[in-house]
Design a binder for this molecule. Sequence first.
Ligand code: ZN
Length: 351
Amino acid sequence: MYKVMIFIDGTWLYRTLPRLAEQSGKGEFKIDYGVLPKVVARELADRLGVDYAGIDVVRNHIFASLPTNYDHLDEGLITRQNEFYTLLREDYHYETELFNIDFRGRRVRQADRDPGDNFQPREKCVDIALASKMLYQAAMPFGMDIAAVVLGDRDFTPVLQTVRQLGKRVLLVSVRSSCAQELADPEDRERVKDYDTLWMDDHIDELELRYEPQWLECQSPEHVGERAFQTTYRPRRGEPVYCDACRSAYSQRRSSGASAGYQEEESEYGPQAGLPTIGETLEGVVEFKKEEKGYGFVTTDDGISFFFHLSDLEDLDFESLEEGQEVLFEVKTLPVGGKAGAAQNVRPMEE
Ligand SMILES: [Zn+2]
């Protein structure tokens, strides 16, 4: 039995997948992380000339970075990234090691930043964490026999060499257009691998995440009629699922419920009555603060919530800002539907 551990450079993979998708003529391409270890095991069995059952993938590690202090326009993007890592951890049992990168209030994607801005996020932690975890596992007696590494940067050359010097074998899993020459070299002059490289390019159809429609049962207590429905949506484990009809009924109720206070006033006093105006100075309390992400919400006495980013603070320090603290601020944007407005110049209450 061969014990295999998979080590994924998530930052590299995140950068590489769109290119891989483009080359293979696929528009939207997502990798199926449940299938990846199986492909690795099968390809290893092939290369070793053993039965598939003789390969035991004991652990999958993924190392990646998570932006902090980013421009709040990227909130949705980062939420999706977070959900993705939670999915890997909880549903696919990956070991996820995530490292924060301070974006200093900037947009996460370089394409979204000012072209003159030469800001470079520092993300060296990911490489070093991957290297040290792999060396640790390679040096452990009875730890692993084979490290399957999903990466492409030449910085990993010395660590792959050392893993091999420790008597462990290395399978390189990479993408042709995103793999450093030293690693890709079929003659392996740098001595970084024990097998022919597993090119993800050659297995793209197999690795692609497909949303095959499946039958689920609507769990809404208000559902009427037959509960089974077909969907391509993959609910998270334990997540309640609703059919389309129940979901749209629910979201309609929610959005009207969230602004119920104003709707009553609307009918009595006209559309804008009761709502603050943009630029208006309001009093509020810090309702909630997301420490590691650099944002929070303030709520007025009337119960209207406004988002703020740490760059919206004035004479206030984000770290020492406390939930429940009273503040003054100006309205930057108004709430829409169920979505909070935005605050600016969030500052201490005048004494
Ligand atoms: Zn339903």
